[in-house]
Design a protein around this ligand. Structure first.
Ligand code: G6P
Length: 366
């Protein structure tokens, strides 16, 4: 299979730009275009009858699982546990007979995830997986595969596979909500409607990368970066930090905004950029007060939001404007800014963005 970079400098840039299309394709494979209803292949279990869902994955796929936990709990009232694959396997987890384990993997070959899948099967779990490479070991060993239609992902740092995973997981959460009688058809249409808007919002964000180059300049001088988010955007903060670490080699940490005061606030000084993911949702005001705590200690604040700078209640060092979106789909849309921040910071620093040091695209050792 021959994959080229097209007009892009790096595979990663190309893959970031493919996301409107990839999300659109993946959605089209799960949604009936005439009725906007989710249409999944037959599941090997009934969502109405399971007491909980156990999700495991590694790296970026793990963060997709963490976002999905918010969705399954909010829209399906289904308890979810999310584990790093290499942890679930060895922590003597309680896996009830007939329970359901969900695995997320771009490559379908990650050794930790595969070993955990086998462990869960041995403990009587039904196995479903969300994978990008359908002829992979994880796909072969699953009772049901829900493919992400991201196409080949070459850049080591995952981008389009992540948003494709989120797309599948969002649809699965809606299907679970319906099966469990938590959401009705009207709500389903509303949520699917919000998902259908995602490619357009992504395309809008991808039209102008200049603000990201500017932020990249500022970040390229930093030794440490803190990423903050709340609720379903907390996993995104961790993903944003992971992207920065992976390709720019800047130390970054993702924190729940409310947890700032319990430790990381001690790190804040004038040299510390803090990137805040804060859509204007029900948690916006809470995050704003966390941001003010950072400002009061002289930290540099970069806000990613649909809000205007006046609403921040403090001086900002950067505002990356995102179109207003339904809060349900915010993690999909806000994925674009965090990827662009990492990409532009890394390219300015001259690192090998597609092949960062010490990392492999698919880690087939435990
Ligand atoms: C490697 C890659 C990460 C990826 C992780 C899981 O560490 O560098 O980008 O998120 O593996 O890969 P998978 O193929 O299972 O999604």
């Amino acid at each position: 299979l021959l994959v080229d970079k097209g007009n892009h400098r790096h595979f990663m840039a190309k893959e970031i730009h493919e996301q409107p299309e990839v999300v659109g394709h993946t959605l089209a494979s799960l949604v009936r275009f005439d009725t906007d209803e989710i249409e999944l292949p037959e599941l090997p279990f009934d969502f109405a009858e399971i007491p909980r869902l156990t999700i495991s994955a590694c790296g970026t796929a793990y963060y997709a699982g963490l976002v999905a936990k918010y969705w399954f709990e909010r829209w399906a009232r289904l308890p979810v546990e999310v584990d790093i694959a290499s942890e679930l396997r060895y922590r003597d987890a309680v896996l009830d007979e007939g329970g359901v384990s969900l695995f997320i993997s771009q490559s379908g070959e990650t050794a930790d995830t595969l070993a955990t899948l086998r462990h869960c099967r041995e403990h009587g779990q039904k196995i479903i997986s969300v994978v990008n490479v359908t002829e992979s070991s994880i796909a072969r060993e699953s009772d049901l595969v829900l493919p992400t239609l991201a196409g080949p992902e070459i850049g080591v740092a995952s981008t389009k596979a992540f948003t494709a995973q989120l797309t599948v997981l969002a649809c699965l959460a809606i299907a679970a909500g319906k099966a469990r009688g938590v959401i009705d058809e009207a709500r389903e249409k509303e949520l699917v409607g919000a998902l259908n808007e995602v490619p357009r919002h992504m395309a809008t964000l991808l039209r102008d990368e200049v603000p990201y180059e500017e932020i990249g300049h500022a970040l390229s001088k930093a030794d440490d970066v803190l990423y903050l988010g709340r609720g379903q955007n907390f996993p995104l903060a961790m993903e944003g930090a992971l992207k920065l670490k992976e390709i720019s080699y800047i130390h970054a940490e993702g924190y729940a905004a409310g947890e700032l005061k319990h430790g990381p606030i001690a790190l804040i000084d004038e040299k510390m950029p803090v990137i805040v993911i804060a859509p204007r949702d029900g948690l916006f005001d809470k995050t704003v007060s966390n941001m003010q705590e950072v400002a009061a200690r002289g930290g540099q604040i970069i806000l990613i939001s649909d809000a205007e700078s006046g609403e921040a209640g403090c001086a900002l060092d950067g505002l990356l404007h995102v179109p207003p979106v339904d809060p349900f789909v915010a993690p999909l849309v806000y994925a674009i800014p965090i990827q662009l921040i990492a990409y532009h910071t890394a390219t300015l620093m001259g690192t090998d963005v597609d092949q960062p040091r010490n990392l492999a695209k698919s880690v087939t050792v435990e």
